[in-house]
Design a binder for this molecule. Structure first.
Ligand SMILES: [Zn+2]
Ligand SMILES: [Zn+2]
Length: 287
């Protein structure tokens, strides 16, 4: 069975170096930042950088590549200046993804900072509509990630993601990413067969599987429903191995990329370990 499994991979030394790292630890899919994630601005991608990246990627079987946007971006920021800056930066990231032929730009919906969830959702959708209007015909999809709901973060209920989708005009431009740590902290259990089924029944009913294009596989350092976002190595946190066993063997999600965002050092040895743990959970059928 083909497993689309990989990790968030550093671009230190240039975006193309992520491909070298991913090949070294045998990822079949990856997530990257296309720029420094703690800065607003970035030098434009040169033709040479894009060419190097694409040439390296072509020699691998890695597909798809997911990009994660900057942590500074808040698509429902309360401060007008930050909101404008966030919208501009998000559009810039869409452009970088398009240049690199990256399929998805993953982002956290936003923190409403006291404006309320309902207004926050409207502002997020408006931000996406502006971004899509300014990048017509782009292939890269804006991928909404479920959150743990820490602070005033929106996106910890499937209903909130649904509302954003409903308010976005060009729905073809959207995708959804499920982060196991985030949904668990947000109140969706996956530790038993029953709770796992319930969670994905709800996802199917409220969001729909057609939007589901990626998983972030992270165990949780914090308890169920804690609304605190702390990633733990697979099987070492409060979710435990069972939840990941159900997911790794779920035929419905066989072709959906599963990407680790667990703590790691520069050699990515922890990713090697976590991928090994996940692969071992896959039950090989003799039928
Ligand atoms: Zn994530
Ligand atoms: Zn997280």
């Amino acid at each position: 069975m083909k497993i689309l499994l990989g990790a968030h991979t550093s671009i230190s030394g240039g975006v193309d170096t992520a491909i070298d790292r991913a090949v070294k630890i045998k990822c079949s899919t990856i997530q990257i930042f296309t720029k420094n994630n703690n800065q607003w601005r970035a030098a434009p991608l040169t033709e040479e950088t894009v060419r190097n990246y694409k040439n390296k990627l072509r020699l691998t079987k890695i597909k798809p590549v997911v990009a994660h946007d900057s942590y500074l971006i808040n698509l429902c920021a309360k401060d007008e200046t930050i909101l404008i800056k966030s919208r501009e930066a998000f559009i810039e990231e869409l452009k970088r993804c398009e240049l690199l032929s990256i399929s998805f730009l993953n982002f956290h919906p936003g923190a409403h900072l006291g404006q309320g969830e309902s207004d926050g959702i409207k502002i997020i959708a408006e931000s996406l509509n502006i971004a899509h209007d300014q990048t017509p015909k782009f292939k890269v999809k804006s991928m909404i990630e479920t959150t743990a709901g820490q602070g005033t973060n929106i996106g910890y209920r499937f209903e909130q993601i649904r509302k954003i989708i409903d308010l976005v005009e060009d729905k073809k431009r959207l995708a959804v990413c499920i982060d196991t740590c985030h949904i668990f902290a947000g109140g969706y259990d996956i530790r038993t067969e029953k709770t796992y089924e319930n969670t994905f029944d709800e996802l199917k009913k409220i969001i729909g599987f057609k939007y589901l294009k990626a998983f972030h596989l992270n165990d949780s350092k914090k308890e169920f429903g804690s609304r605190v976002d702390r990633h733990e190595h697979i099987g070492k946190g409060y979710i435990g191995l069972n939840g990941f066993r159900f997911l790794m063997n779920d035929k419905r999600f066989e072709n959906i990329p599963k990407i680790l965002e667990t703590p790691k050092g520069p050699e990515m040895l922890e990713d090697v370990m976590n991928m090994k743990v996940l692969r071992k959970l896959v039950v090989v059928s003799n039928l």
